[in-house]
Design a protein around this ligand. Sequence first.
Ligand code: CP
Ligand code: NVA
Length: 301
Amino acid sequence: MKHLLTLEQLSKEEILDILNLADQLKFQKKNKIDHHILKGKTLGMIFQKASTRTRVSFEVGMYELGGQALFLSSRDLQIGRGESVEDTARVLSRYLDGIMIRTFKQQEVEDLAKYGSIPVINALTDYAHPCQVLADLMTIREFKGAFEGLKCVYIGDGNNMANSIIVGCLKLGMKISVATPNGYEPHPHILEFAKNYPGQFTLTNDVMEASKNGDVFFTDVWASMGQEAEAIERKKIFAGYQINKEVLKVANKDHMVLHCLPAHRGEEITAEVFEMHANEIFEEAENRLHAQKAVLVRLLS
Ligand code: CP
Ligand code: NVA
């Protein structure tokens, strides 16, 4: 593995290796066992969008691994004034050991990897959120013990989260059913990818149909970063695409509910369901730290 740009580019074995290392690093942290594996290494973190979890977990993660992280807001970088990704990549490769980037276009992340000479980590684009889904997979295994035989359900917008969840679930041998309104389906590349997993993937407009016998439920905001102008219209379109008590009545016993956060209670998830599953949701948030530390170790050491 040279970069983490999308989950499609990782093999099942590479994903499992990251998850196993993440479990180990979590254990080491809890037991105060030294793991300064990235001593002297520096990660640059370019943010063109807001972040709470990603920024803090990457920064703390590098610190805990004995390295350091630089927060680079695109508002302050020359890239925000039009300097090309090509030149930025070539310059930053001379100073840093790795780059983490959160931006809009997936192409920008791919270009950074193409023109730079150091590992690049996709920390969310409009297309994908691989770091989040590695943490989600880690959390599923932590609560359920294994992936085999599980049915995942994603309800809501066919956005970056939906795209990466589908790939992660399919690669690890789980079933995944997705319910979105018409016109808000996952990316065509992802639908194409899912064709390689016959019998494991379904797409519908019907929330109840998708949810039947579900073991792991996911949802995400109805309007993502960059879609603020559509928020009011989207509230109408997505009404009903919600994880609530009624939906969970058709789920399997001992189902779990995950949310990448930030959450909009009363929209994609009810406050009641959110609080009932807060234990899982905040473990998921914590696991961002451990999963990303594993990615950093694999890419930077
Ligand atoms: N889930 C997630 O990526 O959170 P942030 O936007 O706060 O980084
Ligand atoms: N789909 C959301 C995820 C936030 C972590 C967004 O892109 O804003």
